[in-house]
Ligand binder design. Structure first.
Ligand SMILES: [Zn+2]
Length: 306
């Protein structure tokens, strides 16, 4: 029986995977920002730290290198922006940053997100724990991994991933490893004249009516398709309900007209909801025309052509 199990395991390990959901920075960005242990806390594990009581601004101070990346990434013309607080300090040494992290890390080390980090550093760097004895060793290993071919080594040779679907707001991804998904949320959730201005800048379409907005969205989508995007992803469920009601064009237009005269931050999301609902249906319709099937996950939606 054991021999059969072993045979099955080897066969399964040989099957190359399609990784359908990633947000992986480019290798050039990684070379700039992955400089020490704090790189491990770029995403979900950091939320566990905050849940364990770590003040968000202290977290940003501890993960300062990766904080700079997150600020750049989320500050592009995305609507609505992800909120990343300013670091409490910007002058902490590696040791001070570890000491600030340690009590919260010890509180979360058994969560699923923390376990993933521990598995990764053991599997990739051969370091069997993250603690006060090993943090500088982990930091050195992360910094030393900034070498050509690193992603290829991890994703192809170690993980046997055939291709990854990557949502990083650009179609300019390494096509040997990734295919891009793009988003049209900024066309759905625009709430002020300033935000419409960003859409005009992106598409070259002057937006003075609801029809113009829909047209601009189509132009953006066609460009993404031309540049090889295989799907459209929406992050809006992080900010609003997934219930996109069927609203009349007229209801959406009333909201649009209010937005065009708004120079400030715009109406509340509840007031803006009919326009968002209408635009989401337009996006799905346009994406379906491109042959993208539509799938939902709890926090986001991905319309992907396979
Ligand atoms: Zn995602």
């Amino acid at each position: 029986m054991d021999r059969i199990n072993e045979k099955v395991r080897l066969e399964v390990e040989d099957i190359s995977m399609v990784d359908t959901h990633e947000h992986i920075m480019s290798q050039a960005e990684r070379n700039e920002y992955a400089v020490d242990f704090s790189y491990l806390f770029a995403t979900y594990a950091s939320q566990d730290l905050v849940s364990a009581g770590m003040p968000p601004r202290l977290l940003e101070a501890v993960r300062l290198p990766v904080h700079r990346f997150l600020k750049t990434f989320w500050n592009c013309h995305s609507i609505p922006p992800w909120i990343i607080p300013e670091p409490e300090r910007e002058d902490m040494s590696l040791e001070e940053r570890w000491q600030a992290l340690e009590p919260f890390w010890e509180a979360i080390r058994n969560t699923a997100y923390a376990k993933q980090l521990l598995i990764a550093i053991e599997d990739i760097f051969g370091i069997d724990d993250l603690n006060r004895e090993t943090y500088s060793h982990v930091s050195r290993a992360v910094a030393d991994s900034r070498k050509p071919g690193w992603y290829r080594h991890i994703m192809k040779e170690k993980a046997n991933i055939g291709i990854s679907i990557n949502g990083v707001r650009t179609t300019d991804v390494d096509r040997e490893l990734f295919v891009p998904v793009m988003e049209l949320d900024h066309f759905i959730a625009a709430r002020s004249r300033v935000e419409l201005g960003y859409l005009e800048e992106e598409t070259g379409i002057a937006i003075h009516s609801l029809d113009d907005l829909v047209k601009a969205m189509h132009v953006a989508l066609e460009r993404y398709v031309d540049k090889g995007a295989i799907g459209i992803k929406s992050w809006l469920a992080y900010y609003r309900t997934l219930r996109y009601d069927k609203v009349s064009r007229n209801e959406a237009e009333v909201v649009f007209n209010r937005i065009t005269s708004h120079l400030g931050e715009g109406p509340s999301w509840l007031e803006a909801k009919p326009l968002q609902d209408y635009m989401m249906h337009q996006v799905i319709k346009a994406a379906s025309k491109q042959g993208y099937p539509c799938s939902y996950t709890p926090a986001s939606m991905q319309i992907t052509r396979t």
